[in-house]
Design a protein around this ligand. Structure first.
Ligand code: ATP
Ligand code: MG
Length: 234
C-alpha cells in the first residue's frame, strides 16, 4: 500500500502550462495532497484532433514542470500503454499497484469534467478515485450541476469536508478508509486564463509565451522548435 494522498493531473499537455500548474497547486492546497503526478495522455480519446507533438516531447515538458515542485513527478504510464489513454485504465493500474482509491484525487478542470458523461467506463470511472474539479476561467463550478445532474449527490466542497475549526490542517476524514465513497470535490480557485491552444498559436505567430508556461518548458519549446508552423493553434 502506497501511503499518502496522491493527486493525478492528466491531460494532453501539448504543451503543459501555468494553468495546469495552478490547478494542481489549488487541489494540493485544498485537499492537503502529499504528492502530485502529471500524466500526459498518449492519444486524446475525447478529442477529434490527434496530438501532433510526440508523447516523448509532452512527457519531457511535464517532467520539467514537475521538477520545479517538491513531491511532484511526471509519469509515463499512459504514453507507454498501447492505444488511446483512458483514465479508467490509469486509475485501475494505480489501485492494482496498491494505492487506496480513497487516497487518489483525480484533478480535472471544469471544462473537461463537463464532458465526463462521454468518457469510457462512465460512471464506473468515478468509483476509482475522488475527482477534484477545479474551476477554469469561463466555466463556473455552478454550471456543472446542470451539466451532470446525476452527479449532484456526489458533489461536495473542501469546506464541507473540513471541520469548522479555522487554522487546522484539514483531516478530511470523511474521504478516507476502505469503505469511503468517492466524491466529486468542487474547488473554487482562480487559475490563469491560459490554454495549450493559445500557446501553440502564439509560438506559431512568433508571440512571446513568457509567463504562460514554466521557464524550463519555454526553453524546451524553443530548443526543439515545437509549434513553429502552427499559426492557428488548432
Ligand atoms: P487544449 O487547448 O489543447 O485543449 P488545455 O489548455 O485545455 O489544452 P489540456 O491538456 O486539455 O490543456 O488540459 C488538461 C487538464 O487541465 C484538463 O482537465 C483541463 O480542464 C485542465 N486545465 C487546463 N488549463 C486549465 C486552467 N487554466 N485552469 C484550470 N484547469 C485547467
Ligand atoms: Mg483542453
Amino acid at each position: 500500500m502506497t501511503a499518502g494522498r496522491l493527486g493525478i493531473l492528466g491531460g494532453t499537455f501539448d504543451p503543459i502550462h501555468l494553468g495546469h500548474v495552478a490547478a494542481a497547486m489549488a487541489a494540493s492546497r485544498a485537499l492537503a495532497l502529499d504528492r502530485v503526478m502529471l500524466v500526459p495522455s498518449c492519444l486524446p480519446p475525447h478529442r477529434a484532433m490527434l496530438s501532433r507533438t510526440s508523447p516523448e516531447h509532452r512527457l519531457a515538458m511535464a517532467a520539467l514542470a514537475a521538477g520545479a515542485h517538491p513531491h511532484w513527478s511526471a509519469s509515463d504510464v499512459e504514453v507507454v500503454r498501447e492505444g488511446p489513454s483512458y483514465t479508467f485504465d490509469t486509475l485501475s493500474g494505480l489501485i492494482r499497484d496498491g494505492q487506496a482509491r480513497s487516497q487518489i484525487f483525480f484533478i480535472i478542470g471544469a471544462d473537461a469534467f463537463a464532458d465526463i458523461a462521454m468518457w469510457s467506463r462512465y460512471p464506473a470511472v468515478l468509483d476509482l478515485a475522488h475527482f477534484a474539479v477545479v474551476a477554469r476561467p469561463g466555466i463556473t463550478l455552478d454550471s456543472l450541476t446542470a451539466r451532470v445532474p446525476d452527479l449532484a449527490d456526489r458533489m461536495t466542497t473542501p469546506d464541507q469536508l473540513r471541520p469548522s475549526v479555522a487554522g487546522l490542517q484539514p483531516p478530511l476524514q470523511e474521504l478516507e478508509g476502505p469503505t469511503a465513497a468517492t466524491r466529486v470535490i468542487l474547488i473554487e480557485a482562480a487559475t490563469p486564463e491560459v490554454s495549450s491552444t493559445d500557446i501553440r498559436r502564439r509560438v506559431g505567430v512568433g508571440e512571446s509565451i513568457l509567463g504562460l508556461v514554466p521557464d524550463g518548458v519555454a526553453d524546451y519549446i524553443s530548443q526543439h522548435r515545437l509549434y513553429e508552423y502552427d499559426s492557428n493553434g488548432t
